[in-house]
Design a protein around this ligand. Structure first.
Ligand SMILES: O=C(O)C(=O)[C@@H](O)CO
Ligand SMILES: [Mg+2]
Length: 255
């Protein structure tokens, strides 16, 4: 297996370029992040070039976070902001060579939200296609993100089918899917053609993948057995320094 360090949660105690260097030193094969926008794209690009790592993904801005926003793309009436966030994410990703942009839906419910999300995703896929990028959508769990528009892989699949763009894929986060649906390995097998990226963390505490409800030795084996060879994203919250949370990675590397 190859692993990507999610720098939205790992090495958050240091500037993004140093977090990239730390991920390289720890043995990760790639990195990914949430919202890198405060760091100039050229600075991130230089750290990626220095380490030889690729930044696999980044998210669109969430909107006005202090007012409760957690994404904009499914919010009727906020289309201009949502599309500006999509444009910004695609531009940043293009500079740093990132292949995937996660378009965040936000807190919304109902048919108007669905139609808005579909229309904004059509826009995102059109804009991304000219740069060769993939747009991702990610179901989140109802405990961490109550009221989030996109909650299940079935709902995501319906949206993928409706948008029907070849560059729209599913972000399959094992942590969220376990909390909402369970049956992880069947879901991964069934959804494989639609999956653009996989993430993981322990359940229920979102820690490193070495304890809790999910046996990740087994899940990683299933993913590898399916021939999935892209790096998968370690998106967990270390309880102390990130360096102290990496026994699982050392075990995976030493085989
Ligand atoms: O929370 C997650 O899981 C993510 O992957 C974030 O990028 C979205 O909040
Ligand atoms: Mg995730």
């Amino acid at each position: 297996m190859k692993f990507s360090a999610n720098l939205g949660f790992l090495w958050t105690d240091r500037p993004l370029p140093d977090a990239i260097r730390a991920a390289k030193a720890a043995g990760f094969d790639a990195v990914e992040c949430h919202w890198p926008y405060e760091v100039p794209a050229d600075t991130v690009k230089a750290a990626l070039a220095e380490t030889g790592l690729q930044m696999l993904g980044l998210n669109t801005r969430r909107g006005n976070v202090s007012a409760g926003d957690n994404g904009l793309a499914a919010l009727p009436g906020r289309e201009a902001e949502a599309r500006a966030a999509i444009d910004e994410a695609i531009a940043y990703a293009t500079v740093i060579g990132t292949p995937n942009v996660h378009v965040m839906a936000g807190f919304a419910i109902g048919e108007a939200a669905h139609q808005t999300f579909v229309a904004n995703l059509q826009y995102a896929c059109d804009m991304a296609a000219s740069s060769g990028l993939t747009i991702l959508i990610e179901p989140l769990n109802k405990y961490d993100a109550p009221g989030y528009f996109l909650l299940t892989t079935d709902q995501a699949l319906r949206i993928l089918e409706e948008v029907a763009a070849p560059n729209l894929k599913l972000m399959f986060d094992c942590y969220h899917v376990q909390l909402m649906e369970g049956d992880l390995t069947h879901r991964i097998k069934d959804l494989l053609p639609h999956i653009g990226h996989i993430q993981f963390a322990s359940v229920p505490d979102r820690g490193p993948p070495d304890h809790g409800e999910i046996n990740y030795d087994h899940v990683f084996g299933v993913i590898a057995g399916l021939g999935y060879d892209a790096p998968i994203g370690a998106e967990y919250r270390p309880t102390s320094e990130t360096a102290h949370s990496l026994d699982w990675l050392k075990a995976q590397i030493s085989g």
